[in-house]
Write a protein that binds this ligand. Structure first.
Ligand code: CA
Length: 243
């Protein structure tokens, strides 16, 4: 992969100043935690039981949306109208109930080492997630102890419009005090990539799920890695190109 070329292409496209990296904005599910197989199982089960044609792949295509957005998008596609608030509440609860029966989600291989490398470069790591579970902060602190400041985490509680809108990433820039040319995004999902690009950020994808790489590059990812471990292994080379 030619990093310099991808970076120059991004700078031309966005028309802003050259990258001066100060922060790395990480998505959470499918990037820091290997949680997507669980989400895919739980959502596809609940949606199928409710009469939707909703496969595990559909879960990955909708990844990043809030629960309500996911259900409404599926309902409009299949029935031509959004779901009722009652159905949305019931389906979200059913999904959470199933999810709660699963074992704790493991850390993504390579994620801890990658964050440590980012920190060692003097950069600020942030988390930007569409998730909003009550135990989220505890889970981050126990898996990545001392690596993320609480003020450097954006969750679904903080924004009205989730991904693929740029809002979560724009809020992260605001919270951290960074300009768009001072941060990059690490995402695993097409809608997350769309959100990062819409916020004007250089967006890297790690393809940790079943979708084709082209789905992520078509969404606007400047670089696509096969895994977080691969991104971690390449970090020094990539950072040299970014600096
Ligand atoms: Ca994700």
């Amino acid at each position: 992969m030619n990093y310099k070329e991808s970076i120059e292409k991004y700078e031309q496209l966005q028309g802003h100043k050259a990258l001066q990296l100060r922060a790395v904005l990480f998505d959470m599910d499918g990037v820091l935690f290997d949680s997507m197989p669980f989400h895919a199982d739980a959502w596809s089960q609940v949606m199928t039981e409710a009469g939707f044609n909703f496969s595990r792949e559909d879960v990955y295509m909708n990844e990043g949306r809030t629960g309500a957005d996911t259900i409404n998008t599926a309902s409009i596609a299949q029935f031509g109208h959004p779901s009722t608030p009652e159905q949305i509440e019931a389906l979200c609860k059913a999904k959470c109930d199933i999810f709660a029966t699963y074992p704790p989600t493991p850390r993504m291989p390579g994620a801890l080492e990658l964050i440590e490398k980012v920190k060692a470069c003097g950069l600020t790591p942030m988390i930007v997630t569409g998730s909003g579970t009550p135990t989220l902060l505890d889970r981050i602190q126990s898996n990545f102890p001392g690596l993320f400041d609480e003020n450097h985490i954006v969750t679904s509680f903080n924004v009205k419009r989730g991904k693929p809108y740029p809002d979560p990433y724009l809020l992260a820039l605001e919270k951290g005090g960074f300009a768009p040319n001072e941060a990059i995004v690490v995402e695993n999902a097409p809608l997350g990539v769309t959100a990062g690009v819409a916020a004007g950020l250089f967006t890297i994808a790690a393809n940790t799920g079943p979708l084709k790489d082209s789905v992520l590059s078509n969404a606007g990812a400047s670089l696509v890695f096969p895994s977080i471990q691969a991104l971690c292994d390449e970090w020094d080379n990539l950072y040299a190109a970014l600096s």
